[in-house]
Write a protein that binds this ligand. Structure first.
Ligand SMILES: CC(C)(COP(=O)(O)OP(=O)(O)OC[C@H]1O[C@@H](n2cnc3c(N)ncnc32)[C@H](O)[C@@H]1OP(=O)(O)O)[C@@H](O)C(=O)NCCC(=O)NCCS
Length: 153
């Protein structure tokens, strides 16, 4: 059985290990251990026993907008619904905080559309995101990810 929980700082080394390959692949933006520590409360992790098999972060940009970041599932555990459940948990968390919409930048358009996300023009991505994150990305400024949002208000 997979358990979905909030992580502690002790989970960070294994979270870093899990995401390393996807950072190399350019699917997920690198966040070092201290950045992960300062944002640890934004994460939800999936455990199979004592093994971390996936995680996601819900990063709050403004009092209305948050972003799903760093969604990853261990390659041996994919296609079993863990990624989808992490997206659902992230949506629940965003609703808990009374945010109005959720942004995601991803290559996984189909997966997010299953949960109601709709494609938006890249021009509507908030500047807070561009200057905080995109600028650090190896694909910047030629970004081929798809921007999607979900309205939850
Ligand atoms: C994207 C990612 C997190 C998805 O994780 P996952 O656990 O495989 O996600 P799910 O299992 O919920 O869904 C994946 C697919 O498996 C299908 N699926 C889910 N449960 C299934 C089951 N029991 N049997 C067969 N297929 C299943 C889903 O319908 C979905 O199909 P789709 O690809 O046609 O949309 C994972 O592939 C990953 O870590 N990729 C690399 C990092 C990345 O790209 N992250 C996204 C950044 S936003």
């Amino acid at each position: 059985m997979i358990n979905f929980v909030k992580p502690t700082l002790l989970d960070i080394p294994l979270m870093q290990q899990l995401v390393a390959q996807e950072v190399k692949n350019g699917n997920i933006l690198e966040r070092n251990s201290s950045e992960m520590a300062t944002t640890i409360r934004s994460y939800i992790i999936a455990y199979d026993g004592v093994k971390i098999v996936g995680f996601v972060a819900v990063h709050i940009h403004t009092d209305k907008l948050c972003e799903i970041r760093s969604l990853v599932v261990d390659s041996e555990y994919r296609k079993n619904g863990i990624g989808g459940t992490l997206i659902e948990k992230a949506i629940d968390e965003a609703k808990f905080y009374h945010l109005e919409s959720i942004l995601v930048l991803t290559y996984q358009q189909k997966l997010f559309e299953k949960y109601g996300f709709k494609v938006i023009a890249k021009e509507s991505i908030p500047e807070t995101k561009i200057w905080a994150d995109c600028i650090k990305c190896k694909h910047f400024p030629i970004c081929d990810e798809i921007a999607l949002t979900l309205n939850i208000s």
